[in-house]
Design a protein around this ligand. Structure first.
Ligand SMILES: Nc1ncnc2c1ncn2[C@@H]1O[C@H](COP(=O)(O)OP(=O)(O)OP(=O)(O)O)[C@@H](O)[C@H]1O
Ligand SMILES: [Mg+2]
Length: 236
């Protein structure tokens, strides 16, 4: 089977600044890959390149065997994306937002399914019909998670998904991600959340100097050791 994601030697500059410098990464169905890196290391840039919102200066990216450079609108159909800042319509309820974004992705889901998705994503039933204007950051995040899950994509990209979530919501998200991976979804998440990495990731890549400098096995590496890798890396 073709990998869900294949990045080969990807380079991207912003003016003089080299954000990515030969990043390579292959992700198979069912893998949960955590991209661990400090602020400004290029995590969001990596996700934007995969989505085709940015173009690489060098190297290539394939999603499910198709080149992103060929037709990004097409490769994006295989991708669900939870951005760092979830943008939903304040005048619509959580349910209406989910219905609207699902329709955009050509998924017409009945209300029971939409409500189930929202609840599974951690949004309590009494909030489903309230205006999103009054939602907290975590509640908006949960709607974003539901929107991403509703797409039933082969590749799921998450940018710091647990930032703003309380521990219960974060642990619920880990459960959702594990279930998605079991269904064969490949997951790439940029994160600083060492605790959730241990909970959900099957591979961890440390992004440094624009490429994946090393990989860590989260199963055999403890929290303290993971944190140590992070701190040593930051100190360089
Ligand atoms: N549109 C842009 N124009 C200029 N420079 C940019 C742009 N986007 C990113 N950069 C630069 O590229 C580098 C990587 O940024 P990126 O946003 O990918 O980091 P990040 O790992 O997501 O950081 P954070 O953890 O803070 O979200 C940074 O040095 C940033 O200044
Ligand atoms: Mg970022």
């Amino acid at each position: 089977m073709k990998p869900a994601l294949q990045m080969d030697n990807v380079t991207r500059r912003f003016g003089e600044r080299v954000a990515l410098n030969g990043l390579s990464l292959t992700l198979q169905a069912g893998e949960v890959y955590a991209l661990l890196a400090p602020n400004g290391a290029g995590k969001t840039t990596t996700l934007n390149l995969i989505l085709g919102f940015l173009q690489p200066d060098g190297g290539s990216i394939h999603v499910c065997g198709e080149p992103v450079a060929g037709d990004a609108a097409r490769t994006r159909r295989s991708i669900a994306y939870l951005p760092e800042q979830v943008a939903i319509y304040p005048e619509l309820s959580g349910l209406e937002n989910l219905r609207y974004f699902s329709l955009l992705a050509s998924k017409e889901l009945d209300d029971a399914t939409l409500r189930q998705l929202l609840s599974e994503s951690g949004l309590r039933a009494d909030a489903h019909d309230r205006h999103a204007r009054n939602y907290s950051k975590g509640m908006r995040q949960k709607v974003g998670i539901a929107i991403a899950m509703a797409r039933e994509a082969k590749l799921l990209l998450l940018d710091e998904p647990t930032s703003g979530l309380d521990p219960l919501a974060a642990s619920e998200l880990s459960g959702l991600l594990r279930a998605a991976a079991q269904r064969g979804v490949a997951i790439l998440m940029a994160t600083h959340d060492l605790y959730r990495i241990k909970e959900v990731a099957t591979r961890v890549g440390v992004l440094h100097a624009g490429r994946i400098e090393r990989e860590i096995d989260p199963q055999t590496t403890g929290h303290a050791a993971l944190e140590q890798v992070y701190i040593t890396q930051l100190a360089r």
